[in-house]
Design a protein around this ligand. Structure first.
Ligand code: NAG
Ligand code: NAG
Ligand code: NAG
Ligand code: NAG
Ligand code: NAG
Ligand code: NAG
Length: 498
């Protein structure tokens, strides 16, 4: 063997050894803005105090399946063709299986020698005995988040769970990942994703945490139970009743408390993951990423409880990262998107990829301690897109609305104030820089309604300025959203002057 080959061998060995691991904890429907992180002391201790927390992380589609498809591919929902949570809306469709699954970042990592593990909710319409492509170990939930009485595909075996306390789903996921981590060493890099039911409806806490946060109530922000009318907001927001009753507010407080209690089990899981990584002697070379698919509102603008709105409560997500070269106990102001994670992770793994394959962009430099600057705010124009759900099948006969109105998420418990409608369809641009903090939206409804908020002055989005800003600025933003809604790759990253 000559020296050159030895050198190559040495280089390839050392580079293989230096690949970092990834653990991603993806919660369901967890807000950043309504203080859902507050009671999670272990996450604070192990992640926030040992890494960075982003104050401006956004999902580009505030609803589960489109957001999860985007998270996995690094592309906007209009490029994964996942428009809603239904099969015919692209959720776990044949197109997904044929064209998108293999280009998700876990599949790419797998192709580059990473061991890959997934446990928890995958995509809402996943009811399959197929194991998604790219995973060495897969423990996927059939369908949408549940806490008990659920079915899993465990590496090809379909297993049903009941409703004993030991079946509490977050804890089952926890034992699956701890099992996987027990086998990991410095020899081979891995990625492990856990996707928890917490804190999605029905918000069931683990028995030991039931009523443990009984002094917590939904934050009474200045938009709490403030209804909209006329030109304030788009049609859905103006549905009756304008203000919610005290009974509904009590329900909101109960759901708020249960959401947090359900997250306490995730808090425990984080601690045990850290302990396990430490035991395996691989904590220092592991990135731990904590985030959610979308945010949530509870009583804000007098809307009961859901996501699907283009406002901060719903589009802002928790994002906390600790790992090699990530600064400790720092806050990141710069805007990032959930679709940025795919290219960021590939950069950390030193895997070459074509930047134009992703609509998101890597933020690895932004949180590298060598370059980190707490006061720096990058400029971004992030597309937010949603196709309002609502067709004749989403009709609820308990409510006084008609099938032909194509409303959805109308619950008698929420006074039949519906949470979505065919015409809650929008494209928005969330524009942030050192001096700009703006949202511009255009709705695909009969009025071509527009909304815009200057968040620097109106944090709680009560004052729609779309019809007050200069027509030239309005026209610029309109062009920006029209470009972004069809963008692919590099076009999605261009920042245009307004
Ligand atoms: C689980 O399913 C059983 C049998 O259908 C039912 O009796 C029980 O109430 C369910 N438990 C929960 C928590 O939904
Ligand atoms: C751990 O690794 C061994 C040997 O490769 C394998 O047989 C076993 O199934 C693995 N267990 C888990 C939980 O990954
Ligand atoms: C939680 O407590 C409530 C009473 O506040 C009770 O109705 C419910 O059954 C309890 N749930 C569990 C899982 O223990
Ligand atoms: C609720 O009580 C706990 C324990 O006394 C305390 O740590 C927490 O700050 C309280 N939370 C609120 C929202 O008052
Ligand atoms: C989901 O999207 C598909 C395709 O656009 C549409 O046909 C279907 O009605 C949508 N589902 C709902 C509930 O709106
Ligand atoms: C939105 O849809 C609702 C229900 O179908 C309808 O009553 C309302 O007029 C629509 N508004 C606009 C602006 O499209």
């Amino acid at each position: 063997m000559n020296l050159f080959i030895l050198l190559l061998l040495f280089l390839s060995l050392t580079s293989a050894l230096s690949k970092p691991n990834f653990v991603i904890i993806l919660t369901d429907d967890q807000d950043l803005l309504l203080d859902s992180l507050k009671p999670l002391q272990k996450i604070e201790k192990y992640l926030i105090n040992n890494g960075v927390i982003f104050l401006n992380a956004f999902t580009s589609s505030p609803i589960c399946c489109p957001s999860r498809s985007s998270f996995l591919t690094g592309n906007f929902a209009h490029n994964t063709n996942t428009f809603n949570n239904s099969l015919n809306g692209g959720c776990y469709s044949n197109e997904w299986i044929e064209n998108h699954e293999l280009r998700t970042f876990p599949a790419i990592l797998n192709n580059h020698g990473y061991r890959t593990f997934y446990a928890g909710k995958y995509l809402n319409q996943y009811y399959s005995n197929l194991i998604p492509q790219g995973y060495d170990q897969f423990y996927g939930l059939h369908g949408n988040s549940k806490y008990f009485n659920y079915t899993l595909n465990e590496n090809g075996n379909i297993i049903k769970y009941g409703d004993n306390q030991e079946d509490y789903y977050t804890n089952v996921i926890k034992s699956q990942i701890l099992n996987f981590l027990s086998n990991q060493t410095k020899d081979e890099p891995f990625i492990a994703i856990v996707s928890t039911p917490s804190c999605h409806a029905p918000f069931t806490p683990e028995e030991k945490f039931n009523n443990s946060l009984s002094n917590f109530t939904a934050p009474r922000t200045s938009n709490f139970n403030v209804g909209s009318r006329g030109l304030d907001k788009h049609w859905l927001m103006t549905m009756k009743p304008k203000e919610l009753s005290q009974e509904t507010i009590a329900k909101i407080d109960e759901f708020y408390r249960m959401r947090l209690e359900s997250l306490l089990s995730v808090d425990d899981m984080v601690e045990e993951i850290i302990e396990k990584l430490s035991e395996q002697n691989i904590l220092d070379e592991t990135f731990i990423i904590f985030t959610s698919d979308n945010g949530y509102h509870l009583g804000n603008w007098a809307m009961p409880w859901d996501k699907r709105l283009p406002y901060e409560t719903d589009i802002k997500i928790p994002l906390i990262i600790r790992g090699p070269n990530v600064p400790v106990k720092k806050v990141v102001q710069s805007p990032v998107a959930l679709i940025d994670l795919a290219p960021t992770i590939l950069n950390w793994a030193e895997i070459n990829y074509k930047s134009e394959n992703f609509d998101g962009q890597s933020f690895d430099k932004l949180i590298n301690e060598k370059f980190f600057n707490e006061n720096f705010i990058n400029e971004r124009q992030i597309l937010i897109e949603h196709w309002g759900e609502g067709n004749v099948e989403t009709f609820n006969p308990e409510c006084p609305w008609k099938k032909s109105q194509r409303l959805s998420e109308c619950q008698i418990e929420a006074e039949c104030k519906c949470q979505d409608s065919w015409n809650n369809t929008y494209v928005c641009v969330r524009h942030l820089s050192k001096d700009i903090n703006f949202l511009y939206c255009t709705f695909h409804d009969r009025e071509h309604f527009n909304e815009a908020y200057d968040l620097g002055e109106d944090e709680f989005q009560l004052n729609n300025v779309a019809y007050d800003i200069l027509p030239s600025i309005q026209a610029r933003y309109q062009i920006i959203v029209e470009n972004l809604r069809n963008c692919l790759g590099e076009d999605c990253k261009i920042v245009k002057n307004v």
